[in-house]
Design a protein around this ligand. Structure first.
Ligand code: UDP
Ligand code: MG
Length: 319
């Protein structure tokens, strides 16, 4: 009987402190599953610190570890894509390098996969060590995107997830440059299920996502998975045009019946400024989509590989 193969994919950017804490936990989880052949694939997303040296040490001691290094920092979404592209056979499980997604839950994910689920994702019950601002904005974001997007995007769900071989193959076909992974996972579909978990604080190092990056991330999500803002601009335009028409009618009637003593500079300024503002917002919205279209049109690769060292063996209880 063929054994199940699972590759744990970890994207790491400046995680030299966190990785030595994470690896033994992943290893223990994989060693604890006698009927699964486990591998770990670490992707160094162009780190500036000792991450690559640390990873090489880890790989030197463990045959089940594969390493991939990108030519520069491409961002988490591209790093994950690179990792998933290099998984080879079997299922993949995505994990953060900072220990916020507990590797001890891997057996639960595998159990769900064996029950027949293609996409098993961790849903955060609570988030520790994160400011109320981050939690609040994250909460609002998941509600907004949930309403706007046509593909289902489960709330409070990050990238901690297991993908079966067929959903991995499906995901690999999506080659868009602006990659909002949460949405892409949802787009793939198949049977999915959630595992609630407690999200710990970071084990070491600092978060790579500040508020500005998160804001851009939210914009990416909304523009990648919804054209609702464009439609909103249309409705806003229609509404303003309707109001303007009524107001124009009133101005003309007033002039006809009561004459037209020149006045109304304040109203004119108000109308001009208001319309100018609305037009600029609508233009900016179109620009957001146009810019992304431009990036897609260039068809550049999603990432470039600097070094690739596949795992020589597997983790399993017998090894
Ligand atoms: N990460 C990455 N490339 C980046 C930024 C982050 O590979 O450009 C990785 C990072 O090393 C970590 C994961 O993405 O494994 C999540 O990042 P982080 O913990 O900083 O995000 P947060 O949990 O604060 O949202
Ligand atoms: Mg984190």
């Amino acid at each position: 009987m063929p054994r199940d193969l699972l590759t744990v994919v970890v994207a790491a950017f400046n995680e030299a402190q966190a990785l030595p804490l994470l690896h033994p936990r992943v290893r223990a989880a994989l060693d604890g599953m006698p009927d699964v052949d486990g591998r770990v694939l670490y992707v160094d997303d162009g780190s500036h610190d000792a991450t690559w040296t640390v990873l090489q040490q880890i790989a030197a001691n463990d045959a089940g570890v594969g390493l991939l290094r990108l030519s520069r920092n491409f961002g988490k979404e591209a790093a994950l894509t690179a990792g998933l592209d290099h998984v080879g056979a079997g299922a993949a499980l995505i994990l953060d390098a900072d220990g916020q997604d507990p590797p001890e839950l891997i057996p639960q994910f595998v159990a769900k996969w064996r029950e027949g689920y293609d996409d098993v994702h961790g849903t955060r019950m609570e988030r520790e060590g994160e400011s109320w601002l981050k939690r609040g904005t994250a909460h609002a974001f998941y509600r907004v995107i949930g309403r706007l997007s046509h593909t289902p995007i489960p709330a409070d769900t990050g990238d901690f997830r297991l993908l079966s071989p067929r959903s991995l193959a499906a995901l690999r076909q999506l080659r868009e440059r602006h990659r909002f992974m949460k949405g892409l996972f949802g787009w793939v579909g198949f049977n999915s299920t959630a595992i609630p978990y407690h999200r710990d604080a970071r084990s070491a190092g600092t978060s790579k996502f500040n508020l500005w990056r998160l804001w851009n991330f939210a914009l990416e999500g909304i523009t990648s998975f919804s054209t609702a803002p464009l439609r909103l601009a249309t409705y806003l335009g229609l509404l303003t045009a309707a109001v303007a028409f009524l107001y124009a009618l009133w101005v003309v009637l007033k002039a006809m019946f009561w004459g037209d003593p020149v006045a109304g500079w304040p109203t004119m300024m108000a109308v001009i400024l208001f319309l100018g503002g609305v037009q600029l917002i609508a233009l900016g919205l179109i620009g957001e989509y146009l810019g992304r279209l431009y990036d897609e049109a260039k068809q550049r690769p999603l990432y470039l590989v600097d070094a690739w060292r596949p795992a020589a063996g597997v983790f399993s209880a017998s090894s």
